[in-house]
Design a protein around this ligand. Structure first.
Ligand code: DQA
Length: 148
């Protein structure tokens, strides 16, 4: 099974570490990418790490991952709660999917409690801060190793 993993980040996550630090912490997306790359090296994973504020770009990356990647880590950000299109795209991906949220969405406003992406995700990590991405990579590596 491919050891290529796509780490996809949705809208406003380019402002991670700058917007609402009391909710999302002070680590930037560049910090997250650095930590993911270090962890991926240890786990012998290859990473494609992307962020977009545009729904179609996230969908295009999921399509690109089809038949190519061993797994996807996705923080769909606000699209979590709105996007049937992202759910459909993920349903067309054959490998494991881990959904990540920096904040604990279940402790927040009611509209954040529902996730379309969770209908597809094999695992969900929320409220572990930026470390959630590393935890997601650990889980994906295990799932990929099990299938190897
Ligand atoms: C988020 C939670 C979402 O509800 C929110 O819209 C985000 C970030 C998180 O990482 O905690 O933008 O996905």
């Amino acid at each position: 099974m491919s050891r290529l993993v796509y780490v996809l980040n949705g809208p406003n996550l380019n402002l991670l570490g700058k917007r609402e630090p009391h909710i999302y912490g002070v680590e930037t997306l560049a910090d997250v990418e650095r930590a993911c790359r270090a962890r991926a090296n240890e786990l012998r994973l290859e990473l494609h790490f992307y962020q977009s504020n545009r729904e179609y770009e996230l969908i295009d990356w999921i399509h690109e991952a089809r038949g190519r990647a061993g797994g996807i880590v996705i923080n769909p950000a606000a699209y979590t709660h709105t996007s049937v299109a992202l759910l459909d795209a993920l349903n067309a991906f054959e490998g494991p999917v881990i959904e990540v949220h920096v904040s604990n969405i279940h402790k927040r406003e009611e509209f954040r409690h529902h996730s379309y992406v969770s209908l597809r995700a094999d695992g969900v990590i929320a409220g572990c801060g930026a470390q959630g991405y590393e935890l997601a990579l650990l889980r994906l590596a295990k799932l990929i190793d099990q299938k190897a």
